[in-house]
Design a binder for this molecule. Structure first.
Ligand code: ADE
Ligand code: ZN
Length: 333
């Protein structure tokens, strides 16, 4: 039997922002082709440069400005999936925003989506990685734009666009203001997730569950500040898309050892592991697994269980899950 280190396992990732996964050299190359000056967002080594979460959002949006056409998103998708596949990822769900892909106009959104899906098909054939999309309203763009985004999501809901999940500045507005968008997506058959409990505390997580009725939460880690809420999350089976490296890089916790993922798991919460925006946080899935192994000494059985829980929580259809289950079993035997 081949020994597989924890970091070399086949992995499922549920929380990855397509633009946030853009390698900085890729964005620099695009900007050069288009004669755009975005040099201010990089440091001397060519990495993304930001000071805190809100500055990160600014840099993220500035980098995204280099992505102007469906063909750019086709190339982005290939570049991102190549990196993920190198890290052992066999299935990933990416947040994709109609705000950046055609300005929330349904016809334009369809063209971007077509280009992204074509790239995903190539990656599936050549790299063995499967991609599905979660349409993403951006919270600080406000509820009116989120409604247009939800309509794009509803128009393209199916076996590839599988969910709706709000991201952006958690301090901006209230999640309840986005209920119409979430209801619209739910009625179109989409599964639901929301960023909460990253920059907002337990009340923000409560609101995601009570006001939007989501089945997964992006981050959600600050639920740990209210143990009654942790019990509720565990009881309801709400799944947390935990991104430990992102939380440490953005200063939410000083180190992986002090991150609450292990405590949440001990208290019965279904935790999964993702990278969020890997190049921004100097991470990838291999590093996330290795860092967790080093910090908490989780054994093979733990990682196997987490892989099964993660696949369970994925928004793709049953046939895809059966295929992926076999892939995981074979790769991690
Ligand atoms: N968009 C990209 N990364 C994000 C994060 N960590 N939180 C909220 N919105 C995001
Ligand atoms: Zn995120």
């Amino acid at each position: 039997m081949t020994y597989l280190s924890h970091s070399n396992r086949a992995k499922i990732e549920l929380h990855l922002h397509l633009e946030g996964a853009a390698p900085p050299a890729f964005i620099r190359g695009l900007a050069k082709e288009k004669h755009l000056d975005i040099s201010g967002i990089f440091d001397a080594e060519g990495n993304y440069k930001y000071t805190d979460f809100w500055d990160f959002l600014r840099v993220y949006e500035a980098a995204t400005a280099a992505l102007k056409t469906p063909q750019d998103y086709h190339r982005l998708t290939l570049a991102v999936l190549e990196e993920s596949a190198k890290s052992g990822v066999v299935y990933t769900e990416a947040f994709i925003s109609p705000d950046f892909c055609g300005g929330r106009e349904v016809g334009a959104w369809r063209e971007y989506l077509h280009a992204i899906r074509e790239a995903a098909e190539i990656a599936e054939k050549t790299m063995g990685i499967t991609l599905r999309g979660i349409v993403t309203p951006i919270r600080h763009f406000g509820p009116a734009k989120a409604r247009e985004t939800a309509l794009c999501a509803a128009e393209t809901a199916g076996d590839w666009i599988v969910g709706l999940g709000i991201g952006g500045d958690e301090k901006s507005g209230h999640l309840a203001d986005f209920r119409w968008s979430f209801d619209c997506a739910r009625e179109a058959g989409l599964r639901l997730t929301a960023h909460a409990g990253e920059w907002g505390g337990p009340d923000s997580v409560r609101s995601a569950i009570a006001d939007l009725d989501v089945e997964r939460i992006g981050h959600g880690v600050r639920a740990i500040e209210d143990l009654a809420l942790v019990d509720e999350i565990a009881e309801k089976g709400v799944v947390l898309e935990v991104c430990p490296g992102s939380n440490v890089a953005l200063g939410l916790y000083p180190s992986i050892r002090q991150h609450p993922i292990a405590e949440l798991h001990k208290r019965g919460v279904k935790v999964t592991v993702s990278t969020d925006d890997p190049p921004f946080f100097y991470t990838n899935m291999q590093k996330e697994y290795q860092d967790l192994y080093d910090a908490f000494d989780w054994d093979d059985a733990f990682f196997d269980q987490m892989a099964r829980d993660t696949l369970d929580a994925a928004f793709c259809d049953a046939d895809t899950k059966i295929r992926l289950k076999k892939t995981l079993e074979q790769a991690n035997a």
